[in-house]
Design a protein around this ligand. Sequence first.
Ligand code: NDP
Length: 322
Amino acid sequence: MLTLASLSLRLGVSGCRGGRRSIATVVSGNKTSRLVRERLALEVERMRSRFSGFRPALVVLQVGDRDDSNLYISSKLKAAAQIGIDARHVRLPSSATQDEVLQNILSVNENPFVHGLIVQLPLDSVNPMDSELITNAVSPDKDVDGLSCINAGKLSRGDLKNCFIPCTPNGCMELIRQTGVSVAGKHAVVIGRSKIVGAPMHDLLLWNHATVTSCHSKTTDLPEQVGRADILVVGAGRAEMVRGDWVKEGAVVIDCGINHVPDETKASGKRVVGDVHYASANERAGFITPVPGGVGPMTVAMLMENTVLSAQRFLLKNPAGR
Ligand code: NDP
């Protein structure tokens, strides 16, 4: 027999509140990132035909040979190839000095045929490296990771049209848009204040007119803060820290966390979970992102979007396409 609860489960929509079990609508990063990538592929094709073979170009600079970095880079290169972006992987040995890294960055900065440059972090080097100095050596016009002080400063002042927004928060915003929930006037809570996730997420929500609370490791009343959130974005790096009973009924819950926990049922002996306890949060949220398949794929899609945006800005200044 088809009950209201089972219908709700099948459709994946929230409902049946007031004591009875309900589930949130899952906001799929796999699906949304595919739509973004398809849109970008069309845009790149348009550029190619209009500007005689012009292609957005991206350089990914890596120092060393970390397994996780290799994996992230290969997914970026694959996405770029699918979209038609000309992506080049420059790998320096872990013996490279900071000066060599800086020289490589400067030569890409000066290359007019490259529109985006990212330095894969963390740097895997045997030599001392100042990652802040290196991040800020990337020309702000090519900083498609949006991590330089110039781009972060513009974002913090609400100059969203003239900066590059860091990819993970940008992906989170895209997922929030997918829910159809308007951000303006809502109370948003962000857990985490890192340069890559939490701080830019705070700024982005603020300039999309939410009232924003930032939480971090010294926040003393995290469950209470979370309970006030119409929109909750979590980037703490703590496996399943946010419990379902903290979450406000009907909230939008965006989980950036990627944590590996032991799981004997898996061949690898581990599985990936987010920073939110999905099963319990799913019963209270209105919308929720899964892990994996939520924010993760969006990060790569947004890197591609920033690269295409950078190429568009280049073409505005150089209408001949070179
Ligand atoms: P960081 O370690 O740089 O920052 C974590 C933040 O969470 C810090 O601001 C820290 O506070 C805060 N925090 C830690 N513990 C607590 C706690 N118990 N209560 C409240 N706040 C806490 O991590 P990142 O920002 O780089 O990454 C966060 C998560 O997002 C990780 O799981 C990471 O793997 C994931 N991630 C996912 C990406 C994706 O593409 N999906 C991309 C980047 C990251 P304080 O500042 O006080 O130390």
